[in-house]
Design a protein around this ligand. Structure first.
Ligand code: PEP
Length: 259
């Protein structure tokens, strides 16, 4: 089983989930501050995922920089009568390179089901977007010992419609739901254990190439524990990504860990 030692073969990945925060002007300002702070840092792939309303403006601010643009969700159909939705070709048109799919807030508040995530992952890959697939157990599921079953179920559905050659490009974020926005975190040891479980579902050819992130209250002062965890290749960052200083400190930590 590939472990942390195989990480050198995988480029670290740090994504910012701005959620439903910031108007265009504030988003562009934050994007510029992030670029100024991390623009010269080598190694980690850095993706900013602003709300849909700011994708165009933030995308323009990121043009010509190594920092990439990503979205927070999308629909699985390329077009159609789906009021309020945005499709993969529309994200590509805006310059997006990645898209967060199956975030627990989409599952919890917007009824996104495992099979919907699978359709979205297939559509994203089909249009050349990197899916950042979120999986994670709720607090009750953790307390009743269902963590592994939940992760396996969510991931099985997420990758079910992909051809084997589409698997290595995936990024999977292990985000325990009880850790998101709470200040609580999993331990590095728990994150490593779940990362191994995630990789095991990919089969020999893709397991060593898929990047696995940890997400859930990541801050500059705890990122080190996760970057040291075998099999963890970076982070999906919510709250701390709204602060250019905190986010760039996390990116720099990932760059250092990669050396
Ligand atoms: C997230 O929403 O993906 C997330 C990890 O949020 P936070 O860092 O705020 O816990």
């Amino acid at each position: 089983m590939p472990s942390g030692r195989a990480r050198a073969a995988r480029i670290p990945f740090v994504a910012a989930n701005w959620k439903m925060h910031l108007t265009r002007e504030a988003g562009v300002r934050l994007a510029r501050d992030v670029v100024a702070a991390v623009g010269e840092v080598e190694a980690p792939e850095v993706v900013l995922c602003p709300p849909a309303t700011s994708l165009d403006a933030v995308g323009r601010a990121l043009q010509g920089t190594p920092v990439q643009l990503g979205a927070q969700t999308m629909h699985w159909e390329p077009q159609g009568a789906y009021t309020g939705e945005i499709s993969a070709p529309m994200l590509v048109d805006l310059g997006c390179r990645a898209v967060i799919l199956g975030h627990s807030e989409r599952r919890q508040y917007f009824g996104e089901r495992d099979e919907d995530v699978g359709r979205k992952v297939r559509a994203a890959r089909g249009h050349g977007l990197t899916p950042i697939v979120c999986v994670g157990e709720g607090r009750g599921e953790r307390e009743s010992g269902e963590t592994d079953a939940v992760i396996s179920r969510q991931l099985t559905a997420a990758i079910a419609m992909l051809a084997p050659d589409q698997l290595p490009a995936l990024v999977v974020a292990y985000e325990p739901v009880w850790a998101i926005g709470t200040g609580l975190t999993a331990t590095g040891e728990e994150a490593a254990r779940v990362a191994a479980l995630i990789r095991a579902q990919f089969g020999a050819a893709a397991a060593g190439r898929v990047r696995v992130l940890y997400g859930g209250s990541v801050k500059p002062d705890n990122i080190g524990e996760f970057l040291e965890a075998p099999g963890i290749d970076g982070a999906l960052v919510g709250g701390a990504s709204l602060d250019a200083g905190a986010f760039s400190a996390i990116v720099r930590a990932a760059a250092t860990a990669a050396r």
